[in-house]
Ligand binder design. Structure first.
Ligand SMILES: Cc1cc2nc3c(=O)[nH]c(=O)nc-3n(C[C@H](O)[C@H](O)[C@H](O)COP(=O)(O)OP(=O)(O)OC[C@H]3O[C@@H](n4cnc5c(N)ncnc54)[C@H](O)[C@@H]3O)c2cc1C
Length: 385
């Protein structure tokens, strides 16, 4: 079937792609939203929507149905089954299942006017021509393409030869445990070196997972089985799945030629917390705004520079996280940091404010971060409230 001419092709209808598509459509652009999956589709994810992500989602998509979320207001920090501290009430984390969450965002993008091309796989992308080729052999061309096709992005591969170096990015295993939501969000800070474990309460059960930086499936599986057993879950009774996270792998130039990359395709996952939904939504929106501005100026090829400038605060924030990850997960420093965390309600609240997206790394300040580490190393702990 012949397709109408498009101003922008958005590849991938996860949070990044749907945010790009709805922003472009509302900005008056003719936009196609393409995904290899028909929706609703599963996406392996803890589904922890932070206050930051929730606010970005509301800004871009409008108020979302409350039924999509279980709002967690109690958090336990633990280490190998021992409680380090518990905050109740804690800043809210909106726990969701990506099956319903992503379907809702995509539906809103289509309702805003994006043309629905879901159920079609991209197999190639010519960045200079702004052309994508689909599995059926059909090609689509537009002045601009937004690649939001996830961590193993085919668009990024076409641009840079590979999407990510899978040996150096994050990896996580997860299992859904049906039943009622657990009473608290549990963060096991020593579930594995250079990572952590999570037990997230959900509307219809719990999501349990462990993940970290530069680990692989084969290293993690036996550890995850033991971790599940320690929580009373028989690993044989649940379906265990693994997926990469492009943590700390953000690209200095998020695209090439007529192509802008957003979300996981651009490497926008926090290496400490694993948060990616907020950055996916924000980068998708910024990519579409840059595209609209460039097209209005009659200079589509200026979109990448405009997008890169808008992305600078995100890039800087994730660089700070990358620096801090080397400190908080360092095997020599972590035991002392955990002792300090266990003894300080103030530190627990600061840490949770970061995790829950109520505070940025920029708010900590590099000098202040160095001060906390220095005090901890000298055994003075952290300031109490
Ligand atoms: C185990 C795990 C737990 C996580 N937990 C959290 C969490 O609790 N909170 C949080 O904020 N983040 C979490 N993340 C990160 C978060 O899942 C991602 O950062 C987020 O999904 C990125 O959104 P996206 O739109 O960029 O990509 P995705 O959500 O991956 O969407 C990409 C889309 O592109 C489509 N696609 C891929 N290839 C093609 C192709 N060739 N052609 C067409 N379409 C294609 C896919 O079908 C998919 O729909 C977690 C990640 C993992 C792996």
């Amino acid at each position: 079937m012949p397709q109408p001419g498009f101003d922008v092709l958005v590849i991938g209808a996860g949070p990044a792609g749907s945010a790009a598509a709805i922003t472009a459509a509302r900005g008056g652009l003719r936009v196609a939203l393409l995904d290899k999956a028909a929706f609703p589709r599963e996406k392996l994810c803890g589904g922890g929507v932070t206050a930051r992500a929730h606010a970005y989602a509301r800004d871009v998509f409008g108020d979302l149905p409350e039924a999509l979320f279980h709002v967690s207001r109690a958090v336990r920090f633990s280490s190998g089954g021992q409680t380090l501290g518990q905050l109740d009430p804690a800043p809210p984390i909106y726990m969701t299942m990506r099956l319903g969450f992503d379907a809702e965002l995509r539906a809103r993008a289509i309702a805003a006017g994006a043309v629905d091309l879901c159920g079609q796989r991209l197999v190639d992308c010519a960045p200079e021509a702004g052309r994508v080729t689909l599995a059926g052999g059909e090609s689509l061309t537009a002045p601009l393409v937004i690649g939001a096709d996830g961590v193993h992005s085919g668009v990024a591969r076409a641009l840079f030869g590979r999407a990510q170096d899978v040996a150096s990015i994050g990896f996580a295993l997860e299992a859904e445990v049906p039943g009622g939501p657990g009473p608290v969000t549990d963060l096991d800070l020593t579930a594995l070196p250079w990572g952590y474990g999570w037990d997230f309460p959900k509307p219809q059960g719990r999501t349990l997972g462990i993940g970290g930086i530069a680990v692989q499936d084969k290293d993690l599986r036996p550890r995850f089985h033991d971790w599940l057993r320690a929580r009373g879950v028989d690993p044989a009774s649940v379906k265990i799945k693994g997926h990469h996270l492009p943590s700390g792998a953000s690209r200095a130039v998020p695209g090439r030629g007529a192509v802008l990359l957003a979300g996981d395709a651009a490497g926008l996952v926090d290496p400490i917390t694993g948060e990616g939904i907020a950055w996916a939504i924000l980068s998708g929106r910024l990519a579409a705004e840059a595209a609209a501005e460039a097209l209005r100026a009659g200079a589509p090829r200026s979109a990448l520079a405009r997008y890169q400038a808008r992305m600078e605060p995100i890039r800087a924030e994730l660089s700070r996280a990358r620096f801090l990850a080397q400190v908080v997960y360092h095997p020599l420093l972590q035991p002392r940091l955990l002792r300090a965390l266990a003894g300080s309600d103030h530190l627990q609240r600061r840490y949770l404010a970061l995790l829950a997206g109520e505070m940025d790394y920029a708010d900590l300040g590099l000098r202040r971060m160095a001060g906390v580490v220095w005090r901890v190393l000298r055994g003075h702990g952290a300031r109490s409230p």
